[in-house]
Ligand binder design. Structure first.
Ligand SMILES: [Fe+2]
Length: 189
Protein backbone atom coordinates (compact mmCIF):
# COMPACT_ATOMS: atom_id res chain seq x y z
CA UNK A 1 0.00 0.00 0.00
CA UNK A 2 1.15 3.53 -0.78
CA UNK A 3 1.26 4.51 2.88
CA UNK A 4 4.05 2.00 3.54
CA UNK A 5 6.31 3.18 0.72
CA UNK A 6 8.95 5.84 1.24
CA UNK A 7 8.05 9.42 0.32
CA UNK A 8 9.78 10.83 -2.78
CA UNK A 9 10.55 13.93 -0.76
CA UNK A 10 10.11 15.05 2.83
CA UNK A 11 10.82 18.18 4.87
CA UNK A 12 14.43 19.45 4.67
CA UNK A 13 16.91 17.78 7.03
CA UNK A 14 14.79 14.64 7.54
CA UNK A 15 15.58 11.44 5.67
CA UNK A 16 12.72 9.83 3.72
CA UNK A 17 12.83 6.99 6.25
CA UNK A 18 12.32 9.36 9.19
CA UNK A 19 9.65 11.27 7.24
CA UNK A 20 7.77 8.00 6.69
CA UNK A 21 8.14 7.02 10.33
CA UNK A 22 6.81 10.35 11.60
CA UNK A 23 3.96 10.24 9.06
CA UNK A 24 2.98 6.76 10.28
CA UNK A 25 2.81 8.03 13.86
CA UNK A 26 0.69 10.96 12.67
CA UNK A 27 -1.66 8.70 10.69
CA UNK A 28 -2.60 6.97 13.95
CA UNK A 29 -3.25 10.37 15.57
CA UNK A 30 -5.34 11.35 12.52
CA UNK A 31 -7.49 8.25 12.98
CA UNK A 32 -7.77 8.79 16.74
CA UNK A 33 -8.83 12.44 16.53
CA UNK A 34 -11.20 11.86 13.59
CA UNK A 35 -12.80 9.18 15.77
CA UNK A 36 -12.88 11.58 18.74
CA UNK A 37 -14.58 14.33 16.73
CA UNK A 38 -17.29 11.89 15.58
CA UNK A 39 -17.70 10.49 19.09
CA UNK A 40 -18.09 13.97 20.56
CA UNK A 41 -20.88 14.74 18.07
CA UNK A 42 -22.53 11.41 18.95
CA UNK A 43 -22.52 12.49 22.61
CA UNK A 44 -23.82 15.97 21.66
CA UNK A 45 -26.83 14.25 20.02
CA UNK A 46 -27.48 11.51 22.58
CA UNK A 47 -27.17 13.26 25.92
CA UNK A 48 -30.47 13.50 27.85
CA UNK A 49 -31.66 14.53 31.29
CA UNK A 50 -31.51 17.59 33.54
CA UNK A 51 -27.97 18.63 32.50
CA UNK A 52 -28.73 18.26 28.80
CA UNK A 53 -28.10 21.80 27.64
CA UNK A 54 -24.85 22.31 29.59
CA UNK A 55 -23.23 19.19 28.16
CA UNK A 56 -24.82 19.53 24.70
CA UNK A 57 -23.37 23.04 24.40
CA UNK A 58 -20.03 22.22 26.04
CA UNK A 59 -19.28 19.60 23.40
CA UNK A 60 -19.51 21.64 20.18
CA UNK A 61 -16.46 23.87 20.77
CA UNK A 62 -14.51 20.67 21.52
CA UNK A 63 -15.65 19.20 18.18
CA UNK A 64 -14.53 22.36 16.35
CA UNK A 65 -11.12 22.36 18.07
CA UNK A 66 -10.53 18.64 17.46
CA UNK A 67 -11.49 19.01 13.78
CA UNK A 68 -8.92 21.79 13.50
CA UNK A 69 -6.31 19.44 15.04
CA UNK A 70 -7.30 16.73 12.53
CA UNK A 71 -6.70 19.17 9.68
CA UNK A 72 -3.28 20.13 11.06
CA UNK A 73 -2.26 16.48 11.41
CA UNK A 74 -3.37 15.55 7.88
CA UNK A 75 -1.58 18.56 6.40
CA UNK A 76 1.59 17.74 8.35
CA UNK A 77 1.51 14.21 6.89
CA UNK A 78 1.19 15.71 3.40
CA UNK A 79 3.99 18.18 4.19
CA UNK A 80 6.17 15.19 5.07
CA UNK A 81 5.57 13.85 1.54
CA UNK A 82 3.08 11.13 2.51
CA UNK A 83 -0.60 10.85 1.55
CA UNK A 84 -2.87 11.19 4.62
CA UNK A 85 -5.66 8.60 4.71
CA UNK A 86 -8.91 10.21 5.81
CA UNK A 87 -11.56 7.71 4.73
CA UNK A 88 -13.89 6.10 7.29
CA UNK A 89 -13.23 2.53 6.09
CA UNK A 90 -9.48 2.91 6.63
CA UNK A 91 -10.06 4.44 10.05
CA UNK A 92 -12.20 1.52 11.19
CA UNK A 93 -9.78 -1.02 9.70
CA UNK A 94 -6.70 0.49 11.37
CA UNK A 95 -8.00 1.56 14.76
CA UNK A 96 -7.11 -0.44 17.86
CA UNK A 97 -10.12 0.58 19.97
CA UNK A 98 -13.84 -0.19 19.90
CA UNK A 99 -16.66 2.15 18.97
CA UNK A 100 -17.90 4.41 21.76
CA UNK A 101 -20.11 2.21 23.94
CA UNK A 102 -22.94 4.51 25.12
CA UNK A 103 -26.14 5.44 23.24
CA UNK A 104 -28.90 7.69 24.60
CA UNK A 105 -28.02 8.27 28.24
CA UNK A 106 -27.78 10.88 30.98
CA UNK A 107 -25.24 13.69 30.89
CA UNK A 108 -23.30 12.25 33.81
CA UNK A 109 -23.09 8.76 32.23
CA UNK A 110 -21.72 10.24 29.00
CA UNK A 111 -19.24 12.38 30.93
CA UNK A 112 -18.05 9.29 32.81
CA UNK A 113 -17.51 7.45 29.51
CA UNK A 114 -15.93 10.53 27.93
CA UNK A 115 -13.40 10.63 30.77
CA UNK A 116 -12.24 7.18 29.59
CA UNK A 117 -12.17 8.34 25.96
CA UNK A 118 -9.97 11.33 26.79
CA UNK A 119 -7.65 9.19 28.93
CA UNK A 120 -7.02 6.93 25.92
CA UNK A 121 -6.60 9.73 23.37
CA UNK A 122 -4.34 11.87 25.57
CA UNK A 123 -2.15 8.92 26.64
CA UNK A 124 -1.54 8.00 22.99
CA UNK A 125 -1.07 11.63 21.92
CA UNK A 126 1.55 12.13 24.64
CA UNK A 127 3.33 8.95 23.48
CA UNK A 128 3.30 10.23 19.88
CA UNK A 129 4.71 13.57 21.08
CA UNK A 130 7.46 11.73 22.97
CA UNK A 131 8.23 9.52 19.97
CA UNK A 132 8.73 12.55 17.69
CA UNK A 133 10.64 14.75 20.12
CA UNK A 134 14.03 13.81 18.68
CA UNK A 135 13.11 12.91 15.11
CA UNK A 136 10.89 15.88 14.20
CA UNK A 137 10.56 18.76 16.69
CA UNK A 138 8.02 20.52 14.44
CA UNK A 139 5.63 17.56 14.62
CA UNK A 140 6.38 17.28 18.33
CA UNK A 141 5.48 20.96 18.80
CA UNK A 142 2.19 20.49 16.92
CA UNK A 143 1.25 17.50 19.07
CA UNK A 144 2.15 19.34 22.27
CA UNK A 145 -0.09 22.19 21.07
CA UNK A 146 -2.97 19.73 20.65
CA UNK A 147 -2.37 18.42 24.16
CA UNK A 148 -2.90 21.91 25.61
CA UNK A 149 -6.45 21.76 24.23
CA UNK A 150 -7.17 18.07 24.80
CA UNK A 151 -6.06 18.15 28.44
CA UNK A 152 -8.10 21.30 29.08
CA UNK A 153 -11.20 19.62 27.58
CA UNK A 154 -10.51 16.54 29.70
CA UNK A 155 -10.55 18.76 32.78
CA UNK A 156 -13.90 20.27 31.68
CA UNK A 157 -15.26 16.70 31.64
CA UNK A 158 -13.63 15.67 34.90
CA UNK A 159 -14.83 18.77 36.76
CA UNK A 160 -18.36 17.31 36.42
CA UNK A 161 -17.19 14.03 37.96
CA UNK A 162 -15.18 15.51 40.81
CA UNK A 163 -16.22 15.74 44.45
CA UNK A 164 -15.49 18.74 46.68
CA UNK A 165 -12.66 16.61 48.09
CA UNK A 166 -11.13 16.22 44.61
CA UNK A 167 -12.00 12.54 44.03
CA UNK A 168 -13.25 11.36 40.63
CA UNK A 169 -16.49 9.36 40.45
CA UNK A 170 -14.91 7.28 37.66
CA UNK A 171 -11.87 6.23 39.68
CA UNK A 172 -10.88 2.62 39.00
CA UNK A 173 -13.03 2.30 35.86
CA UNK A 174 -11.42 0.37 33.01
CA UNK A 175 -14.12 0.69 30.36
CA UNK A 176 -16.51 3.37 29.10
CA UNK A 177 -19.45 1.30 30.35
CA UNK A 178 -18.10 0.95 33.86
CA UNK A 179 -17.07 4.63 33.98
CA UNK A 180 -20.60 5.62 32.89
CA UNK A 181 -22.16 3.40 35.57
CA UNK A 182 -19.84 4.66 38.30
CA UNK A 183 -20.52 8.29 37.40
CA UNK A 184 -24.31 7.74 37.29
CA UNK A 185 -24.28 5.83 40.61
CA UNK A 186 -22.30 8.60 42.30
CA UNK A 187 -24.75 11.25 41.10
CA UNK A 188 -27.80 9.38 42.39
CA UNK A 189 -26.12 8.55 45.73
FE1 LIG B 1 -25.80 20.51 17.26
Amino acid sequence: MARNSLPKYTVPSLTPEVGAEVAAILQQRLDALNDLALTLKHIHWNVVGPHFIAVHEMIDPQVDAVREMVDQIAERIATLGVAPVGTPGALVKNRTWDDYAIGRDSAIAHLGALDEVYIGVITDHRKAAGDTEESDPVTNDMLIGHLHGLELFHWFVRAHLESAGGALATEGAQTEQSAARKAARKESA
